[in-house]
Ligand binder design. Structure first.
Ligand code: XUL
Ligand code: CO
Length: 433
C-alpha cells in the first residue's frame, strides 16, 4: 500500500487540459532548441520539504501527519519508499537530499554514519530499478543544536571537526549514488552579534573548510560540481555567503573560483534585494553559474516562504538568463519549495510539483522563443555598438586618463543621451508569455 494510492502517474495532456494533475506545458520529450525539455530543465524533487518537513512555522507546530515520520531506520526506509512512489507519479529525472532528511539522527558521529550508509544502500537499490538520479547531495549543518553557532565557522574546533567529518560522509554518499553535484549552503555560517564574533577568523575557517571539501572530492574521484548556495540572512542575521557577488569574492580570496560554482535560489535572491535573473546573470558573467533552486517568496511577508513557483513571466526571465549562460551542464532545476501548512494531503504534494514543473516548462519555452527570435539580443548589441567603432576598443584597453582627456578635448567629444527603450523591450517579452 502506497501513501499515494489512487493517484495516477501524471501525463502530458496539452494546454487545453482542465485536469489540475496533468502536465499542460511540460512534455519531457518535446524538443526545443535541439534538446528535450527533460534535458533542458533537469527537474529535481527536494527530500527535505516534500518528505521531512512537518508543516511547522514560527508560530505553530506540526500540521502534517505522514506515516513515515519518526526517528527509526524502518521509518527512514518507509520515507524512501514514499519518495520513490511520488517520483513514479511525477516522472521527474532527479532528486536532492541532505543526510538528515534520509537517515534518523544518531547518538554520535559513528551512529549517524552507519545510519547514512545503510539508507544510502537502500536508496541505491531502489535507483537500480529505475526512477530518478541524484542531482545533488548535501549535509545538514544547521538544524542540530551543535551547529547553533555555525559549522565551519564555529568558535569551537570540535564543531568544525564534526562538520568536516560529516561532509566527508555526505560526499561519499553523493559519489556512491552517482550525484552530479554537491551543495554547501551555510545556514549558520554567519553571526548574530559582532559583540561575540571574530568575523575575520570565521571567514578564514570557512575558506579552509571549502578547500578541504574540494580536495577530498578530487581525491575520491567525484567528477560532479561543488556548489555554494548564497543566502543573505535567515537563519543567521548576517550570512557570509550573502549573494553571488559576495561568494565570488570569497572564492577568489581562497583561490577556489575555478573549483566551485553557485546554486542560486529564487527566494534567496529576493531576500538579498536582487531579482533572480540578476543573480543568474551575475554568476554567468563570473563563470560560476551552476544550478538553481526554484521557488518563490511571498513579496509581503519578507521572509523565506519557499513556495512553489507560479509566475510564468518571472520564470521566463530567469530561464532566459539560464539560456544566455549556455544552459545547465551538471546543474538543474531543484524545487526547494514546500507546501503551505494547510495542504495536508498526498494529492497536494503531487499538485504542487506538477504545477511547478508546468510553470517552469511554460516559462522555459517562452524564454527559448525569445532567444530564438533574437529581438532582445539585437537591441542589447545595438546599445553597445559604439564600443566596436573607431578607436573605442583601444580607449578601453590602452587609454589612460591623460590620453583620453587629450582625445576628448581634440575631438570635442560631446555625448548625447539615447533612450534605453525599457518599455519597448518589456513589450517584446510580453509577446512571448
Ligand atoms: C535554505 C535552503 C536549503 C539549501 C540546501 O534556505 O535553501 O534548503 O538549498 O541546504
Ligand atoms: Co535552497
Amino acid at each position: 500500500m502506497s501513501y499515494f494510492d489512487g493517484i495516477a502517474p501524471a501525463t502530458f495532456q496539452g494546454p487545453d487540459s482542465t485536469d489540475p494533475l496533468a502536465y499542460r506545458h511540460y512534455d519531457p520529450a518535446e524538443v526545443v532548441m535541439g534538446k528535450t525539455m527533460e534535458e533542458h530543465l533537469r527537474f529535481a524533487v527536494a527530500w527535505w520539504h516534500s518528505f521531512a518537513w512537518p508543516g511547522t512555522d514560527p508560530f505553530g507546530g506540526q500540521t502534517f501527519e505522514r506515516p513515515w515520520f519518526g526517528d527509526t531506520m524502518d521509518l527512514a526506509r518507509a520515507k524512501a519508499d514514499a519518495a520513490f512512489d511520488l517520483f513514479a507519479i511525477l516522472g521527474q529525472p532527479y532528486f536532492c537530499f541532505h543526510d538528515a532528511d534520509i537517515r534518523p539522527e544518531g547518538a554520535n558521529f559513528a551512529e549517524n554514519t552507519r545510519n547514512l550508509e545503510e539508507i544510502v544502500d537502500y536508496i541505491a537499490a531502489k535507483m537500480e530499478t529505475g526512477g530518478p538520479k541524484l542531482l545533488w547531495g548535501t549535509a545538514n549543518l544547521f538544524s542540530h543544536r551543535r551547529y547553533m553557532s555555525g559549522a565551519a565557522t564555529n568558535p569551537d574546533p570540535d564543531v568544525f571537526a564534526f562538520a568536516a567529518a560529516t561532509v566527508k560522509t555526505c560526499l561519499d554518499a553523493t559519489l556512491k549514488l552517482g550525484g552530479e553535484n554537491y551543495v554547501l549552503w551555510g545556514g549558520r555560517e554567519g553571526y548574530e552579534t559582532l559583540l561575540n564574533t571574530d568575523l575575520g577568523k570565521e571567514r578564514q575557517q570557512a575558506g579552509r573548510f571549502l578547500t578541504m571539501v574540494v580536495d577530498y572530492a578530487k581525491k575520491i574521484g567525484f567528477n560532479g560540481t561543488i556548489l555554494i548556495e548564497p543566502k543573505p540572512q535567515e537563519p543567521s542575521k548576517h550570512q557570509y555567503d550573502y549573494d553571488v557577488a559576495t561568494v565570488y569574492g570569497f572564492l577568489k580570496e581562497f583561490g577556489l573560483e575555478g573549483e566551485v560554482k553557485v546554486n542560486i535560489e529564487q527566494g534567496h535572491a529576493i531576500l538579498a534585494g536582487h531579482s533572480f535573473e540578476h543573480e543568474l546573470a551575475m554568476a554567468a558573467s563570473m563563470a560560476i553559474f551552476g544550478s538553481i533552486d526554484m521557488n518563490r517568496n511571498d513579496y509581503q511577508s519578507g521572509w523565506d516562504t519557499d513556495q512553489f513557483p507560479d509566475n510564468p513571466r518571472e520564470v521566463a526571465l530567469a530561464y532566459y538568463e539560464v539560456i544566455r549562460a549556455g544552459g545547465f551542464t551538471t546543474g538543474g532545476t531543484n524545487f526547494d519549495a514546500k507546501l503551505r501548512r494547510q495542504s495536508l494531503d498526498a494529492e497536494d504534494l503531487v499538485a504542487a510539483h506538477i504545477g511547478a514543473m508546468d510553470v517552469c516548462a511554460r516559462g522555459f519555452k517562452a524564454a527559448a522563443a525569445m532567444w530564438e527570435d533574437g529581438a532582445l539580443e539585437q537591441a542589447r548589441a545595438a546599445r553597445y555598438v559604439g564600443w566596436s567603432r573607431g578607436d573605442a576598443p583601444a580607449l578601453l584597453q590602452e587609454g589612460t586618463l591623460e590620453t583620453i582627456a587629450e582625445c576628448v578635448l581634440r575631438d570635442d567629444i560631446n555625448p548625447q543621451p539615447r533612450s534605453g527603450r525599457q518599455e519597448k523591450l518589456e513589450n517584446v517579452v510580453s509577446q512571448f508569455i
